[in-house]
Design a protein around this ligand. Structure first.
Ligand SMILES: [Cu+2]
Length: 208
């Protein structure tokens, strides 16, 4: 597989981000912002012990015949809820090795929970509606964030030292749909610009 991925490191100007922060900008090779990329940092010195908590809900709803959000970051050990906000029945499942599960047909305003105990990528589908696709990236680092509509993600309060920065997107043309870069984190804020070559999404409308 041809890999086209350029990672360019630039030191941010003073005041543009807090010390110890990593700002990542992901754009297509044509310059369009890429939302829903997951940025993960693995410091060589390891991550703090204890449970990982993120400020967003561990929740993937079914709404307007789509999974919302399209990409969810959840820590290992999370219980993720799958509320059905549509008026039709959904049948949510995954065959991914990080988590295989099946939530048989359930209806409006019902919900189900799934426990995620292994890091990895969980592709989620609906047995009834082939066009529904979502991804849960189960992570074992507290230093993770998802790019917004502007293709931007910021990870705060990183420890200084050597670290690997991993950028994953379900449609990134790269082995395992991810690319890694070794960086040295210092007290200075760091900015990483990622040019990502994406596959055409198989079902999803709109594209990137
Ligand atoms: Cu469905």
């Amino acid at each position: 597989m041809r890999l086209y991925l350029a990672l360019i490191l630039l030191l941010a100007g003073p005041g543009s981000a807090r010390a110890g922060d990593l700002a990542v900008s992901v754009r297509t090779t044509a310059g369009r912002p890429v939302a829903d990329a997951v940025v993960m940092v693995r410091p060589q010195a390891g991550v703090p012990r204890g449970p990982i908590r993120f400020p967003w809900p561990y929740r993937m709803a079914q709404k307007s015949m789509q999974f919302a959000p399209f990409v969810l970051i959840a820590p290992v050990g999370a219980d993720v809820s799958f509320p059905n906000l549509d008026l039709v029945l959904h049948h949510v499942y995954s065959f991914s090795s990080a988590k295989t599960f099946e939530l048989k047909l359930y209806g409006h305003d019902e919900t189900r929970n799934v426990h995620f105990d292994k890091p990895g990528v969980v592709a989620v589908g609906c047995n009834i509606h082939d066009g529904m696709v979502g991804f849960i990236r189960v992570v074992d680092t507290p230093y993770a964030a998802k790019t917004d509509a502007a293709g931007e993600a910021v990870i705060h309060d990183l420890p200084a030292g050597a670290a690997a920065v991993i950028v994953w997107h379900p449609y990134l043309k790269a082995p395992r749909n991810e690319a890694a870069r070794d960086v040295t984190l210092t007290a200075a804020a760091l900015r990483l610009n990622v040019a990502a070559d994406l596959r055409t999404p198989p079902m999803r409308r709109g594209g990137y």
